[in-house]
Design a protein around this ligand. Structure first.
Ligand code: HEC
Length: 453
């Protein structure tokens, strides 16, 4: 044993000796302690500043070295446990590429940890990258692209958040004012004032209308929604918004159908920030011209998992099945549970009986309503007759750190103390021929990447 140790030490020493003679070497760079200005600031700009900057929702700014340095220990803690940035999908299973991925790469995480372990040094001020020019949030994000403000703006009724209080969920329903059928091509949600941005954690807007498509209506009816007051009357959610998200542009030639007399049901999560603030949230919708509707319809479905029956100091699992009445492409997955919810998965059960795990959120956190949006190349294409299976896991023991009381039985309901288990899933529907064409396109693209195999 001893000789081996000596020998490898000898090898190491000679490597160092060679490295020391060379002007720059890879191994020397790896041993160097990363600095804030050169290595950390670019990561914080890309992955943290959306929330950690003055006037946004996080408790502190991480823009400058002076602001970040006191948090070094806590930063290491939160990034190593992958609590920050908030992104709770299991990165090792199912589909792993997302359009809106804000998680750290393993390399970024490693750099941050080495910076903290190395004493969190500042580095050369000249290495500091230019400050990020954050978009002017008083302007609509798509205004330049579409030549002005949205065609339709629906505003939530005002809510006043006290200076010091627990989190609040505000759920007003507001008419869209539409008198005829229209198609949405882009959607944007934003708190209406800078003050409002401080308290608005996330806002979900649900489109409430009669579902005109009999097949979609059947799919919704066949799904056991358990525990959810079905305010959508079958039409599904419109859009979910959280801090850092700018807007949602539909894929080419696809859109969301809005019916006359539709309404928007809001679900807004406010958090207190030490001052009293009154806020409204605005939903801006850019519409397709009346005479040029899109070819494909995208529907955000609520996929439930049935009634909860969670024993005190116990655990439970619920599951639900959503039939695809037509072929489609699954665009996104957003789990929704309350304080006992710990994990949720979405699987596809194909008409052949074959199963495919699409996504698993293994570390659910009620404070964060992430919608995981698949990239174009990997969003699953599924044939008619596929069942989407949603499985939800609950932990009502004291081991669950979010659990407010492990000694009570928990059932279904929309109060935070009750439980819920459903996913919001965006589906773009195709006719069979269109689906075949999409599959062929995907296969051709994969073959091109794989060198023609
Ligand atoms: C989507 C918004 C968002 C992003 C992105 C984000 N954070 Fe946070 N962060 C928050 C919020 C809100 C809190 C306070 C609530 C909480 O602790 O969950 C927080 C809390 C923290 C805390 C704990 C502060 C304390 O009180 O101890 C640390 C440390 C932290 N974030 C670091 C980071 C780092 C580092 C990044 C980027 C690598 C990051 N966060 C990205 C929103 C965000």
């Amino acid at each position: 044993m001893k000789t081996t140790t000596f020998r490898s030490l000898g090898v190491l020493l000679s490597v160092f000796a060679i490295a020391a003679m060379m002007p720059v070497s890879a191994s020397a760079a790896e041993d160097e302690v990363p600095t804030f200005t050169k290595d950390i600031a670019p990561i914080f700009q890309a992955k943290c500043e959306a929330c950690h900057r003055p006037g946004s929702i996080a408790p502190m700014s991480l823009v400058t070295f002076q602001e970040s340095r006191p948090w070094a220990r806590s930063i290491k803690d939160r990034v190593s446990s992958r609590q920050m940035p908030p992104w709770h999908i299991d990165r090792t299973v199912g589909i792993t590429e997302f359009k809106n991925d804000r998680s750290l790469t393993d390399e970024e995480l490693d750099t941050i940890v080495r910076w903290v372990d190395g004493g969190a040094p500042r580095g050369n001020p000249e290495d500091m990258p230019a400050a990020v020019d954050w978009p002017d949030e008083s302007k609509w994000y798509f205004a330049d692209q579409f030549g002005g403000p949205p065609d339709l703006i629906v505003e939530s009724t005002p809510y006043t958040m006290a200076a010091e209080t627990g989190d609040a969920w505000w759920r007003p329903t507001v008419p869209t004012g539409l008198t005829e059928q229209r198609w949405a091509r882009a959607i944007e949600t934003r708190p209406s004032t800078a003050e409002g941005r401080k308290i608005t954690h996330h806002a979900i807007s649900r489109l409430v209308q009669e579902e005109p498509d009999a097949q979609i209506q059947r799919a919704n009816a066949a799904n056991s929604v358990g525990g959810v007051a079905d305010r959508s009357r079958g039409a599904g959610t419109f859009m979910e918004w959280a801090v850092g998200k700018q807007g949602e542009l539909m894929r080419p030639d696809s859109g969301k159908l809005m019916m006359p007399d539709s309404e928007i049901a809001w679900d807004i999560h406010y958090a207190a920030v030490g001052e009293e603030i009154t806020d409204t949230v605005q939903l801006g919708v850019y519409l397709y011209p009346k005479d040029a509707p899109p070819k494909y319809r995208q529907v955000l479905h609520l996929m439930g998992t049935g009634q909860m029956d969670i024993p005190a100091n116990g655990t439970a699992v619920t599951e639900g099945f959503f039939p695809l009445q037509r072929a489609g492409r699954v665009e996104s997955f957003q789990p929704h549970m309350h304080l006992r919810g710990t994990a949720m998965s979405m699987e596809a059960i194909l008409p052949t009986g074959r199963r495919q795990l699409l996504s698993h959120v293994g570390d659910f956190n009620f404070n964060w309503h992430n919608s995981y949006v698949y990239t174009d190349d990997v969003a699953p294409l599924l044939p008619k007759g596929t069942l989407l299976k949603i499985t939800a896991w609950y932990d009502n023991t004291a081991a669950n750190r979010s659990n407010p009381d492990s000694n009570v039985w928990v059932g279904s309901g929309s109060r935070t103390a009750d439980e819920m288990g459903h996913a919001w899933v965006n589906v773009t529907y195709f006719e069979d021929e269109e689906y075949e064409a999409e599959v062929a396109k995907r296969e051709a693209a994969e073959a091109a990447i794989g060198g023609g195999e």
